[in-house]
Design a binder for this molecule. Structure first.
Ligand code: NAD
Length: 338
């Protein structure tokens, strides 16, 4: 077991959560945080008692750092991850892993060639009550899952702290299927235990101001094992919703992200079981803490990471395929090759 010396690239809200979790681990020492916004970097460094820099190149080149967290804006995930891996650093990259299939493939190949670990932050897998539902599915109590339907739709970024930032630009953000529904795509793949084989995407812009990408995205996914997923994501709902259903051969699970209540009904029973967040979340380690701990332990013990970069490649392929399908007006077969 070796001590892990970590650094952070990108000191926004997410980067701060990741590096605070890393700093709380005995196995890990945080050496440095970097952000071109020096005020952000220095404030976080002061809190953590580490160094800071405005220049991510300088941090990636440091000999006393062996693990890097990438939490910069989406379009920088690929270049920063590739740069860090080439410099021999293990990398934890936030979702969305990449904005193109070419970038995603290159990130994985570079890490393999450099002999470093690469993990992607698909934290929804680790968030209660999503872990609870995943455990319920795996218990077999409700039979086999064959379909997941998810809606994650809200209003525009206007009037929020995201107004006027990289999140409003397609090339920098990727749009809803990358920026937040990378989580939904990943969770569907996880629960259905399969990669996606065909994608139908229908994307349009109806009403959200300030963004140069679709505000309404419908994605139908067919999985290699014959199961299906259906996602509605975007910025076009005055009354936002974030919920979904998992259909299984012996029951149905419904979850509402806003209330964090999981409801399920077993075939033959008349009363659904409702599980509150207190019940469904009990006993689970907080998601960000768990993903960071697992990454740091993998580096320290030289064991495989728990959510490898190849998972990020699969999620990227689905989002890219939805865009291609919408452009072409026909389904797109996976895998896509960069
Ligand atoms: N897992 C989750 O649930 C979750 C939640 C929120 C955000 N995220 C992801 O985390 C990332 C950051 O999100 P955020 O909300 O913290 O964004 P943010 O815009 O608040 O922070 C990003 C920071 O990166 C900095 N930056 C820009 N270029 C840089 C560079 N070359 N090197 C280092 N830093 C650089 C910016 O100055 C900014 O401070 C995004 O990819 C986002 O999708 C994930």
């Amino acid at each position: 077991m070796t001590q892990v010396n970590a650094a952070l690239l990108g000191c926004g809200g997410m980067g701060a959560s990741l590096i605070r979790a890393a700093a709380s681990l005995e196995l890990c020492t945080v050496k440095c945080v970097a952000d071109p916004d020096v005020e952000r970097a220095s404030k976080l460094a002061e809190e953590l008692g580490c160094e800071y820099s405005a220049d991510s190149n300088e941090v990636v080149a440091r000999d006393d750092v062996n693990a890097i967290f990438v939490a910069a804006p989406n379009f920088l995930h690929a270049p920063l991850t590739i740069q860090a891996a080439r410099a021999g650093k293990h990398v934890f990259c936030e979702k969305p892993f990449a904005l193109t299939v070419e970038d995603a493939g290159q990130m994985v190949t570079t890490a393999e060639q450099a002999g470093v670990k690469l993990m992607v932050g698909q934290v929804l897998r680790y968030i209660a009550p999503y872990v609870y539902m995943w455990d319920l599915v795996r218990s077999g109590e409700l039979g086999e899952p064959f379909c997941i339907q998810t809606t994650r739709i809200g209003g525009s970024w206007r009037g929020t702290s995201f107004e006027g930032t990289w999140r409003e630009n397609l090339k920098k953000c990727g749009g809803p299927l990358f920026e937040y529904s990378a989580h939904e795509i990943d969770y569907m793949r996880t629960v259905l235990d399969s990669n996606v084989s065909r994608v139908y995407g229908s994307l349009d812009h109806y009403m959200a101001e300030g963004i140069d990408y679709e505000d309404t995205a419908y994605v139908l996914m067919e999985f290699e094992n014959g199961t299906k997923g259906c996602l509605l994501a975007g910025h076009s709902a005055v009354l936002g919703t974030y919920d979904g259903k998992i259909l299984l051969t012996e029951g149905t699970i419904y979850y509402d992200n806003k209330t964090s209540v999981v409801t399920y009904l077993k075939k033959g029973e008349s009363e659904p079981t409702q599980v509150s967040y207190e019940e469904s979340g009990a006993g689970y380690e907080p998601g960000v803490q768990r993903e960071v701990r697992e990454f740091i332990e993998a580096v320290a013990n030289d064991t495989p990471v728990t959510i490898p970069g190849t998972e990020g490649v699969q999620n990227t392929m689905v989002a890219v395929a939805a865009h291609l399908s919408a452009e072409r007006g026909q389904p797109v077969e996976l895998p896509l090759y960069g």
